[in-house]
Structure formats: C-alpha cells, structure tokens
Design a protein around this ligand. Structure first.
Ligand SMILES: *Cc1c(COP(=O)(O)O)cnc(C)c1O
Length: 499
C-alpha cells in the first residue's frame, strides 16, 4: 500500500484518500508518496493499444492503492468522457514536424489543461470522504485569477456531497473568463465578484479558511471547507497519466520505438504540470530532458540555471497570465525527491523563502536538477512572434502559453543541438486567450474596437477553426451569478449562501 508523507517531516504515513481529503499537511508541507512504483517497458508498451481511460486506470492504481480498481474506473469514466471532452482520445498528440509534437490538453469543458485534473479531483474527493468515514459535506472555496475558477466549477458542478463557491476580482479577469463563470449552471455552485484585485480576493478566501467561529458554525451544520488548488496530490496524480499517454501515442504513430527517450517541453507556472512528468520519469518513462519554459516572470529559469530561488523581483503581468507567478509551490516536491526525502533541508529552504524571500540549494542538488531539467524563458514580443511564425510555417494556431513553450524549445535546440523527439504540452486553446492570439496573427489595428466575443468569430473565420463549445455563444447565455461584494463582505456572503 502506497503511504503518503509530508515534505516537511512528521512521517505519520497516511493513505492517499486521507492525503487528498487534507490537501495540505498540517505542518504546511505537501504530501508525496513514500515510494514510487515502477512500470516496466513491457507494461508501458501495453498502454499503446488502450483508450485514455484504460491508460488512466493503469497509472492511477499504482498511486491510489487504497481505492479499488472499480472505484478508480468509476472516477475515470465520470471525468474523461465525450460529454465533457470534445476529443475521444482526450489528450491528442499532433505532429508539427519530425521532432516536435504537440500534446493538446485543452479539449475539456473549459478549454485549458486544468480540466485534466479538475474533472477527476471531485470524484477522488467524494470517495476519499466515504473511505475515511467523514460524514460532513465539503464546501470548496476558490479564489481565482481566471482559469482555475471555471475549471473547478465545471469539475464540482452537481457532484453530490459537495458545494463550491468561487470568488474572482470583478475587474481582474477577461470577459470570456468572467462569462464562463457567471453563466455556470449546477445546483451546488456559487460565483461572486469581489471589488478588489486578485490578492485581495485570495487573502479574503484564506481568512475564511482559518476563521475559527465560522469553522464551528460549519461543523454544526455538517459542513467542512476544502480547497481545490494545485498542491493537492489529487490534482497532481491525474497529470502523470498524459505523459505516459503521449509516449504511447508516439509509439502508435510510429514516431518512436518503445524504449526511445523523448523530451517534454512544459509552459510552467506553479510547477505542477512539469512535476507530474518528473514522477512519470521516476516510474520508468524514458525521458531525456524536461524543458521548463517561463514567461517574463522567469524565476524558475534563474533557479534551474543557478540554484538560487529569489522572489524579490517585480511581478510582470503578461500575455500568458496563467504563468504569472512568483512562488511555484510544487517545486517543494521536486526538492524533496532530489534530496532523497530530506524534510529538514526542504523545511529550511521553504522557511527561508517565506521569511527572507529567497534560498539557495547546494551544488550537488543543482547537478541532480541538470540531469533532468533545462530552463529558458520567452518575453512577450517573442511569444507573439512565435504564434505568428508557427501559424505561417505549419498552419497551426498556438495559444500564448503554448507559444512560450515553443519559443523556449527553439532556444533549447539552438543551444544544445539536441534533436531528440520532443513533446510540447499545449495548455490552452487559442480561443481562450483570443485577444493576444488575434493581435499576433492579424495585428493590433485589425482587432481594435472588437470585443472578445467578436474576436472569437474573427479567429474562427480567419483560421478556419471551430469555436470550442465551452466558449461559443457565451455572451448569449443566461447570467446566473451577478452578486458583487466588497472584500470585507466575503465571509457574510459565504455564510448566507451555504446550502
Ligand atoms: C495553470 C496553467 C499553466 C501552468 O501550469 P502549472 O502546473 O501551474 O505549472 C500553464 N498554462 C495554462 C493555460 C494554465 O492554465
């Protein structure tokens, strides 16, 4: 049975269900498996002729051993089906040329890769509550700057035993993102605008989480708060699946032979996506390098190159907003793995980051990082230029986040000369970030005075691509959530709206 432990010590050892229910460890650490199960090349090759759902069960059962295969199959079928996903292969691989392949992770309901995890997390969570004898109902609270809120709403909508409340900064998200949220259907969902920025919204939610009076009131009503953010192991583990799936697809497409090594290029923010790939490598997936791509917030590039993590820098708002981040929480799990589970050292670094805003790892750990990771970044001009070039060379439209990855991949090839077949993880549909994509493709003049909804039509017409179902006719859907509150009213809003 795989046991989970905190990256900051206290090796009490808990089941995966308990780890998923708790989200974060009481000592502030993140849960990781004590041991990683390996997959032989033969078993990896067996994935080639399986559906995405079957591949998912094969991988998930190695980590979530306290769930029965039947339970996992049930979770997988509820998450990865053609009602929610527009592609029956769920995570499709498209070859751009002989060495670059794109793994499209945005065919889910919200058109961004967070669906890959948030479609299944609610089902893991509901089963975790049952398995651990928890009688109360979970109330998920989310503060969002855009992508996560909608993905969590879609995942939790109408899931029995759960309620979800999402807060977004009323002027801090795009029109498309706002309409995606305020038109959300479901009997257990609530969405509120907050008069403030994302930081105000996030601190409001954090305060509610730690409010002791509210906690008591909730307990009396049989309710319990939980979070759906990306430090929960239940969000990380489903992401391991698509690394194996992409490898199996490249074998199937005759691009590689079983056993060949490949690279993965990942547009990175909180380090969750790329870390899932690293776990796949620890399990035996033949990977040469992970290429960690950042935007102007290039803190990870500096860290991977020098070993020094320093958040004392300006936060830049970029055209790839889901990667605008200065604290990459999941890096903690990588450090824990590379130090062979040294919770003392990891705790020290995290405390230094918290207290002084920086820490530096030793040469030996940095050398370990360089065996697996290469890092680079793309500025906003380069990102937009990449969208234009890839469209004109290959007739393929990238979103801004994926364009960061493609630009960094070019830099990697130029710097290293490595022509190993590489998979770029594509994290959003170009329609989701249409203003920047249209600007890159058609120029600022052509898009001036056009609303985001008009730009959806323009992009669709000019590039001959269908508007994804989740974004189509958004502005004609009924607005179901129009409450906007002051930041000091958030707690009242929560208590008033609990079901
Ligand atoms: C969240 C997100 C990312 C960053 O992924 P991490 O797991 O946080 O590194 C990249 N692109 C898009 C579109 C996202 O929504």
């Amino acid at each position: 049975m795989t046991i989970y432990e905190s990256t900051r010590g206290g090796k009490e050892g808990i089941t995966s269900a308990e780890a998923i229910k708790r989200g974060i460890a009481p000592n502030g650490g993140l849960y990781v498996p004590q041991q990683i199960k390996e997959l032989t090349l033969e078993k990896i090759t067996d994935l080639v002729n399986m559906s995405y759902s079957q591949r998912a069960v094969s991988i998930l059962k190695l980590f979530l051993e306290d769930y029965t295969e039947e339970e996992l199959t049930d979770c997988v079928n509820k998450a990865y089906n053609t009602t929610s996903f527009s592609n029956s292969d769920i995570a499709s691989v498209k070859s751009i040329n002989d060495s670059m392949h794109i793994l499209e992770l945005w065919h889910g309901p919200t058109c961004a890769f967070k669906d890959m995890a948030l479609q299944i997390l609610p089902h893991f969570l509901v089963k975790a509550m049952e398995k651990t004898g928890e009688k109360s109902e979970v109330v998920i609270l989310v503060a969002t700057s855009g992508d996560t809120g909608k993905a969590a709403l879609e995942g939790f909508a109408d899931v029995d035993g759960t309620q979800i409340m999402v807060f977004y900064p009323v002027d801090g998200v795009s029109e498309v993102q706002k309409y995606q949220m305020i038109t959300q259907t479901g009997k257990n969902v609530n969405v509120f605008g907050v008069k403030g920025n994302f930081d105000d919204t996030q601190s409001g939610v954090k305060k509610i989480f730690t409010d002791q009076d509210l906690k008591k009131e909730m307990e009396a009503r049989g309710l319990k708060f939980s979070s759906a953010n990306s430090i929960n192991w239940g969000r990380l583990v489903p992401q391991i699946v698509y690394y194996f799936s992409a490898y199996a697809d490249l074998i199937k497409l005759n691009r590689i032979k079983a056993g060949d090594k490949i690279n993965f290029v990942v547009p990175t923010g909180n380090f969750g996506n790329i870390l899932a790939g690293f776990y796949a490598k620890l399990m035996g997936l033949p990977v040469n390098m992970f290429i960690c791509a950042s935007n102007d917030n290039n803190i990870l590039t500096d860290f991977i190159r020098t070993g020094s993590y320093d958040k004392r820098r300006e936060f830049v708002k970029t055209v790839s907003p889901s990667m605008d981040i200065l604290i990459s929480s999941n890096l903690e799990r990588l450090l824990y793995e590379l130090t062979e589970h040294d919770d003392k050292e990891v705790s020290q670094w995290m405390n230094q980051l918290n207290e002084f805003g920086h820490y530096k790892i030793g040469k030996n750990i940095l050398n370990e990082i360089h065996k697996h990771f290469w890092a680079g970044w793309s500025n906003q001009d380069e990102t937009l230029k990449t969208i234009e070039c890839v469209y004109s060379d290959y007739n393929y439209v990238l979103d801004t986040h994926t364009a960061v990855a493609v630009d960094v991949y070019d830099k990697y090839v130029i710097t290293t000369g490595d022509l190993t077949p590489s998979v770029v993880l594509s994290t959003a549909s170009p329609f989701k970030f249409n203003t920047s994509v249209c600007k890159a493709l058609f120029g600022a003049e052509k898009i001036a005075d056009k609303s985001e909804f008009e730009l959806l039509e323009l992009l669709s017409k000019e590039c001959n691509l269908p508007i994804p179902a989740g974004l189509k006719d958004l502005n004609e859907k009924t607005v179901l959530h129009n409450t906007v509150c002051e930041k000091y009213e958030m707690k009242t809003v929560v208590t008033k709206n609990l079901l």
